[in-house]
Write a protein of this length. Structure first.
Length: 446
């Protein structure tokens, strides 16, 4: 099937990104494939439990999906910069579809090794899709629409993660069964490949020497890292984005123990905290789109980091503070009140996280060239995913040894301090943040 001629789509400044047909198609592909990815994550956990009844098998599923981001995250950026972006996205979906087919034939514990291998392949192919898509977006829309496009991108990702894993996956598995769900996801990936083949995306393959030698690829990795470190505000932005991801994973890791020990509800009811956070993250994305300007990217990020720090620290101090207040008033405060306050703090976390993710990705896109943007975004995805290992490996152990409230409190205080120091540095040293002084007390982008 031949592709539509790759003419540049309309880039009207006054229109919403969804009026751009190329972006609309790309966004639709992202919506269905991201949701399908989290449906697969849910389905594989069910499969591992059904086939083996082993928690270790479930852990291997998680590991199979997590390792590629750390092992190949930066390398995927080099390859994306060298390859045609359309082909990268097309083949990424095709390979994921092929990997999903493997799951259909597994029904014995000894066959789970094929699930781990296919999951590793699935996650590896997904590594190149995100930087390729992130590189394409600035080329098919106007710069004035970039915040709106990234808001929609992040809203969709958050919604896909929440709905795909908690609602859509459960409903599909209960309605159709595991094997039929795998077939559905296979069809989704194949259809996405066809749609991507037809989207009018301008040629974006970077000029490079012939032959992808190990030396050349290593040189490009170093070049990408040097590009980021030479622009300190980009390096700090990646650091802030990694914090947001690490905190999210920390909540997932410590959340069940927190809700069962502190607010005295069942661990499986963690959704009482996570659902409001997800909804408020979507509302935060809308707010970012409404208030973002070219000169307030970093202040929004810093405000988001401070908000996340306050929310996490508040969760740690909530039970001791409520107990102290009850003693001072000589009354008992109900668990319903404690739960309500925890939900409010969770909502604060979700809303604040959007102020980190959306302006942060926009900063990385705006400050990187076409030839290197893939490596920059891949570095972000790699660091962000690598950061998730901290809460899983360290925070869980620390909570068992030191205490869950102490661990959460330490993390909250550290994040709050990072946000405050970052904004202080932004105000005192604007040159370090890629800004130049226009007049006293005012800075503008370079």
């Amino acid at each position: 099937m031949s592709a539509v001629a790759p003419e540049l789509p309309s880039r009207t400044r006054s229109s919403h990104p969804l009026t751009n047909r190329a972006f609309l198609a790309l966004w639709a592909v992202q919506t269905v494939t991201q949701t399908a990815q989290y449906v697969i994550s849910f389905s594989l956990l069910v499969l591992a439990q059904q086939v083996t009844g082993s928690s270790a098998a479930v852990a291997f599923i998680v590991l199979s999906f997590s390792l590629p981001s750390v092992l190949f995250g930066t390398l995927s950026g080099v390859l994306v910069d060298r390859w045609d972006k359309r082909k990268v996205m097309v083949w990424s979906n095709a390979i994921r579809g092929a990997a999903v087919i493997t799951y259909i034939f597994v029904d014995k514990p000894a066959e789970m090794v094929w699930v781990y291998a296919a999951s590793f392949l699935y996650a590896t192919s997904a590594q190149v899709f995100a930087p390729a898509q992130g590189t394409v977006i600035p080329k098919i829309i106007d710069q004035s629409q970039l915040i709106a496009a990234n808001s929609l991108y992040n809203m969709t990702n958050m919604a896909a993660q929440f709905l795909g894993f908690t609602v859509v996956g459960w409903v599909l598995v209960r309605t159709f069964g595991l094997r039929d769900v795998f077939v559905i996801v296979f069809v989704v990936n194949v259809a996405a490949s066809v749609v991507l083949r037809l989207i009018p995306i301008p040629p974006m393959k970077a000029e490079s020497d012939e032959g992808s030698t190990v030396e050349r690829i290593w040189a490009e990795l170093i070049e990408g890292w040097s590009y980021i470190t030479a622009r300190r505000h980009m390096l700090i932005t990646i650091f802030h984005l990694a914090i947001a991801n690490a905190v999210f994973m920390m909540i997932g890791t410590l959340g069940p123990a927190f809700v069962s020990r502190i607010i005295k509800i069942r661990a499986e009811d963690l959704g009482i905290l996570l659902a409001p956070a997800g909804i408020c993250a979507l509302l935060g994305a809308v707010a970012v789109q409404r208030f973002a300007r070219l000169d307030n990217r970093h202040p929004m990020i810093h405000g988001g980091v401070v908000g996340v720090g306050v929310a996490i620290l508040g969760l740690a101090l909530l039970e001791p503070a409520v107990s102290a207040l009850g003693e001072a008033l000589d009354t008992s405060i109900s668990l319903a009140t404690l739960t309500t306050l925890a939900v409010v703090l969770s909502m604060t976390f979700g809303f604040s996280a959007a102020f980190i993710a959306i302006p942060g990705q926009t900063v990385l896109q705006e400050n990187s060239t076409d030839a290197i943007r893939g490596r920059v975004l891949a570095m972000y995805f790699m660091v962000s995913n690598a950061a998730s290992f901290f809460p899983i490996v360290i925070a869980g152990s620390a909570a068992d040894r030191v205490g869950i409230l102490e661990t959460i409190g330490l993390m909250g205080a550290l994040i709050l301090a990072i946000g405050l120091v970052s904004h202080w540095s932004y105000r005192r040293h604007p040159d370090m943040w890629g800004l130049r002084v226009r007049r006293a007390g005012s800075v503008i982008p370079r």
